[in-house]
Design a protein. Sequence first.
Length: 223
Amino acid sequence: MRIKLILILLYSAFLFGQKPVEIKIESLTSLDETPEERTFTIKYSITNKTNKTIHFILNPDNLIPISAGSLNPSVYYKVYEKENSIDVSGIFTGKRTTRIFKDEAEVKKYNDSITDTFINRTAEQVIQESKARIIKNIQEIKSNQTKEFSTTFNWDKNRYFKNDVMEYYIDEKEPHFYELHINLMKEELLSKFSEEEKNEILKDKNFIKGWFTSNKVEINFRE
């Protein structure tokens, strides 16, 4: 009887120890498109480890530093020098695109459109835009399915940076590693929705929550 009880407890611990989601970095490659800038391409996957279809809220294309805050449906990244994590907030940028204008009138028209879009908005418009982003970022993965994602980011090869009082120098002689985190939330991200809207979003959906961490892979900061 005692042995049976121990086995039941061990089996229960195993079940509760299983994570419903696995995030894994498949590859992280680099290319020096110019002498002053390196472009990284990361490919990663998210696997549903359960026997049912799951849903969660995540923007899989937006990578932000882990120090940027937790209430954000983006993918977080963490950088290590050897075994120690380092705060490199702001060292990476998104893929740059160059916009060419034919004259000053076109420049003014573009700037005015940016002003209208991002400044002259009512509070209600901001809330509705936030809601629309949440809906857009609802992901679905079927039982035991793996979804793959890919995105790029840039580094200007500047090894020294300063963030407030913190200063850091990336040593090209030391190995560096890159890690991803996702913080899957539900109630926190649906706080701007009415109860009726929440019920409609959550209807017949198995939304999961939790913090999940990927494997580490080496990132190329060498010369």
